[in-house]
Design a protein around this ligand. Structure first.
Ligand SMILES: Cc1cc2nc3c(=O)[nH]c(=O)nc-3n(C[C@H](O)[C@H](O)[C@H](O)COP(=O)(O)OP(=O)(O)OC[C@H]3O[C@@H](n4cnc5c(N)ncnc54)[C@H](O)[C@@H]3O)c2cc1C
Length: 494
């Protein structure tokens, strides 16, 4: 498999991104293919990706940490959801434990990747500390996430420049922002707002969540007695494996019920709200969405913390539309006014495929969104390129780890047969398309063509179903719809 070394940056695999996906790929690829050389190119100065970038107060996982962590490195904390800082530390410690951190080049922003079919190698060009640097690899693995790191999404709010206070986007939370005893308005009702508000409410004078329309909130306990018990009586790894599968199953069951019995799940979610909000609270005005549960991401509020903050008068919800900003806050379409010292625009992300990297084959640029996705991790007719995206309805790592293992398996197959390239190819009938992410999240609706396309049948069908994928993975055939080949061996001329 080895690429003929030319300089220090020639490797077998170039991995882009040192978040969950990139680190997980490094682990799985070398676990199955010892001796494979690789480099991880990371534009930030630290490991962690999402969990390094997002620093707003209260940042935490909103899926079970036991499914978000790696299956081979048990999470040791007690809580079912984990703080962003703890996840970052876990990723750093894991990368160090397995020697992965030695392979990372930080402050290295990848700009382009070009496939050369005469040598079957990718040339990856990056900016490192202001200078251009080039890497050559037989394979390229994109663990670059799914959104634009440079900018979050902020709608054009009329009059925003008139506002005399501070406007903050959670993607760029200022470390020194002092909000003690301040009036805060958080615009948005997604997962970010839900984790941010209870935390802000601990120190701010008052936090108002301003939403255009309600979101479904599901409350679960932060702790699980069963998790504690299993950890006490079983060896660490066995307990972890059972807890992981159980939590994946629980998340899967809730999603399945939401899709098959939406009326029941709506009722259940409403009961949680009624039970935890003050008597007489207008639950339907603020917590009864117009869509069905899981049409949009279901938000988790551990121990009903948002409802508790509302009950204690530290937080409130206003369901209305913004007319414009003025110097003291927000004027609402209803005519009301929200006074604010700080306004947080928790208005979302900008979807981005392949970390904004320009990908080309023999110098001709390809558009990822024009290609079908193969088994959720390769692109139609693009050789030796992998991309890693997790589930929208379950923990990211559940699929990211399957992607990493599938990549490792393909590399092993190629090595054992002496192949130097492999690309999935769609033969025969034209394939009807469907969106790769069939979720009504704002960032998907705003950029429906940002991601590669999904087909409607295997192996081109992107599913949001961990259990079906896990079964498929067991019976996976690397040769399915895959074209393999070898680069011609150069003849030595005299
Ligand atoms: C606030 C927030 C909370 C979330 N909570 C959950 C949750 O609870 N559960 C869940 O399953 N998912 C959650 N997600 C989704 C989350 O992104 C995944 O959990 C996971 O962290 C993604 O890992 P990743 O490595 O694929 O991508 P990222 O974490 O985004 O990491 C990508 C890395 O690639 C680097 N990179 C990108 N482009 C380039 C480039 N061109 N050159 C060099 N480096 C590049 C980035 O700097 C980054 O370090 C959340 C997302 C956000 C934004």
């Amino acid at each position: 498999m080895s690429v003929t070394p030319q300089d220090a940056t020639d490797v077998d695999v170039v991995i882009i991104g040192a978040g969950i996906s990139g680190l997980g790929a490094a682990y799985r690829i070398t676990e199955r293919n010892p001796g494979t050389s690789y480099v991880i190119l990371e534009r930030r100065a630290q490991i962690g990706g999402t969990w390094d970038l997002f620093r707003y107060p209260g940042v935490r996982s909103d899926s079970s940490i036991f499914t978000l962590c790696f299956p081979y490195e048990p999470w040791t904390g007690k809580e079912t959801v984990a703080d962003g800082g703890d996840i970052r530390e876990y990723l750093k410690t894991t990368a160090h434990k397995y020697g992965i951190d030695e392979h990372i080049e930080f402050n290295t922003h990848v700009r382009s990747a070009d496939w050369d079919s005469s040598t079957d190698t990718w040339t990856v060009t990056a900016e490192q500390d202001g200078a251009e640097k080039t890497y050559r690899g037989r394979f390229v693995f994109f663990g670059s996430g799914y959104y634009n790191y440079d900018e979050g999404y902020t709608p054009d709010f009329p009059g925003i420049n008139e506002f005399a206070g501070t406007v903050v986007h959670p993607q760029h939370w200022p470390e020194d922002l002092d909000y003690r005893d301040k009036k805060m308005v958080v615009i948005g009702s997604g997962a970010t707002a839900m984790s941010l508000i209870p935390s802000l409410a601990e120190t701010a004078a008052k936090v108002t969540m301003l939403q255009r329309s309600p979101t479904y909130l599901f409350s679960g306990s932060k702790y699980s007695a069963l998790t504690d018990l299993l950890r006490k009586v079983l060896p660490r790894r066995v307990a972890h494996s059972i807890i992981r599968q159980r939590n994946a199953l629980l998340e899967g069951v809730i999603w399945f019920l939401a899709r098959t019995t939406p009326r029941f799940v709506k009722w259940w979610i409403r009961q949680i709200a009624v039970r935890n909000l003050p008597k007489g609270y207008d639950v339907d005005a603020h917590f009864k969405p117009r869509y069905n549960p899981w049409d949009q991401r279901l938000c988790l509020i551990p121990d009903a913390d948002l409802y508790v903050a509302i009950g204690e008068g530290r937080a409130e919800v206003v369901t209305d539309h913004i007319d414009h900003f003025d110097s003291t806050g927000i004027v609402l379409k209803s005519g009301g006014h929200l006074d604010a010292d700080v306004i947080v625009t928790a208005t979302g992300l900008q979807l981005q495929a392949l970390g904004g990297v320009t990908v080309s084959i023999d110098g001709a640029e390809i558009k990822p969104q024009d290609r079908f996705v193969y088994k959720a991790h390769m692109l139609e007719d693009v050789p030796n390129l992998f991309w890693c995206v997790g589930y929208t309805n379950a923990s990211w790592t559940l699929r990211a780890d399957m992607t990493a293992r599938a990549t490792a398996k393909l590399l092993a197959h190629m090595k054992s047969h002496g192949y130097t390239h492999a690309y999935p190819h769609l033969d025969g009938e034209p394939m009807p398309e469907k969106p790769a992410w069939d979720i009504q999240a704002g960032y998907v609706l705003r950029a429906p063509h940002a991601l590669p396309k999904s087909g409607i049948k295997r192996p081109w069908n992107v599913r949001q179903n961990y259990f079906a994928d896990a079964i498929d993975y067991r019976f996976d055939r690397v040769k399915e719809a895959m074209v393999f080949g070898r680069v011609p061996v150069p003849t030595n001329r005299r």
